[in-house]
Design a binder for this molecule. Structure first.
Ligand code: FES
Length: 94
């Protein structure tokens, strides 16, 4: 059996911290960040890296900025073409 990739209608070309990335429309932003090898969504007040924990919108550890909107939950958002995602690496908040 031949393995098939996602159809063109499922491809979501997104930007993660300024870097282009090809995700799919059935992929959460948190999953796209993992695939992109970006395992930090934000920093704790003491500067520790944080990433998605619960995957169901409870822990709030996956907050990122999406299309300029802060505090979006990466585990609750599906990737859409043109999406611009920024994670926190500076401790200044997302
Ligand atoms: S991973 Fe817990 S709220 Fe998103």
């Amino acid at each position: 059996m031949r393995e098939q990739g996602p159809g063109p209608e499922k491809i979501a070309k997104i930007w993660i911290n300024g870097s282009p990335f090809e995700a799919t429309t059935d992929m959460s932003v948190a999953a796209a960040l993992m695939r992109h090898d970006n395992m930090q969504t934000r920093q704790s007040v003491s500067g520790q890296p944080r990433f998605a924990v619960c995957g169901m919108g409870v822990c709030q550890e996956c907050r990122v900025r999406i299309n300029g909107h802060p505090h979006k939950l990466a585990c609750q958002e599906y990737c859409r073409s043109g999406m611009v995602i920024n994670t926190e690496t500076t401790g200044l908040g997302v």
